[in-house]
Design a protein around this ligand. Sequence first.
Ligand SMILES: [Zn+2]
Length: 352
Amino acid sequence: MTSNKLIHGLTIQEWRHNINNYVKTRDIRIKVCKYCGAFFLEGKWVNDSIDTLVEQILAHNIKKVLEVKYPFVLNSYRIRNIEVNDKINVNIEVVVNLGKERFIIMKRITLNTVQSICPKCFAKKVKVYDTIIQIRGQNRLSVDDRTRIYDIIRGLPRSVRNEIVDIKATKDGIDILLNDKRLGRYIAKVFERELGANIIESYKLVSKRPDGKTKSKLSISVRIPPSSKFLVRDHKDHLLFIYGLSVNGFLAYDFDKGKHLIVPFKTYWQWGQKAANISWRAMRVIGLSKNKVILLDENDYATYEGESILDEKFFKDERVSVLEYKGKIYVIKTETLERGLRNGKKKEEKKS
Ligand SMILES: [Zn+2]
């Protein structure tokens, strides 16, 4: 019978009985950030799921935490489960070889946690930052503007939001503080893409050390256009109606040329913002013909023939918004005018 065979002078049963003297575990201490749960691993702070972190800790320290004495030889180990309380208990299944025989035993390694604070959380606590994103409007920010700014911040990937040290609402706008210039630029880009914002970067020297090294803060100015549809004059003094957003720029109607166009965001910001000094008025639809909308101005009971610029369907008795420009009358639905630029974009995306 094989069980009576001797290996290094003992039977398999005797080795099995004594195995705990040969396969031993040792507890270790690890630094854990008490705010975000990051582990201090191989000289740096790592934030990941507890399973991944424990796996890495064991992989790096296996010789230290798992001792296998001669004549046993470590074959493999695997984590069976992890219990987290004030310590982290890791139950592992260890496979050891003894000659041609193989033994499987369960062992426990305790990771004693030392509460600490990682540099990222430290920066958040004391609100240290090297990048400030200042979001402003062309005029004072409206409640709508602020809402869509917060919507965009909320929509940022979690990994990006985690880097934000603070968000401050000021009288002029909203400031985002963080400690990552690259991410700061990324966030600014999101505002450019989603709202057509204009971005200007500047650096401010904050300190010069005796060794000549300098430290600077990056300030990113993010200027956003109005949240509502609006009229604006371009560089040629054409009157434009900005009614939507696309990835390439603003969707606009040029009243002077009588056609639709896309104004690239950069182009729009290069114009400088000239007030249109003209506004929409309310009128009532009293009749419809092929291409024309017959309108009644209820202030003076004058009637007009208007044309639709956005391919909309009108109904009799409907109250609409009307623009009089260079002897022509243009009509859009009032609800279209009131719908913000961003919402318009969302609708477009749903369609495609
Ligand atoms: Zn932390």
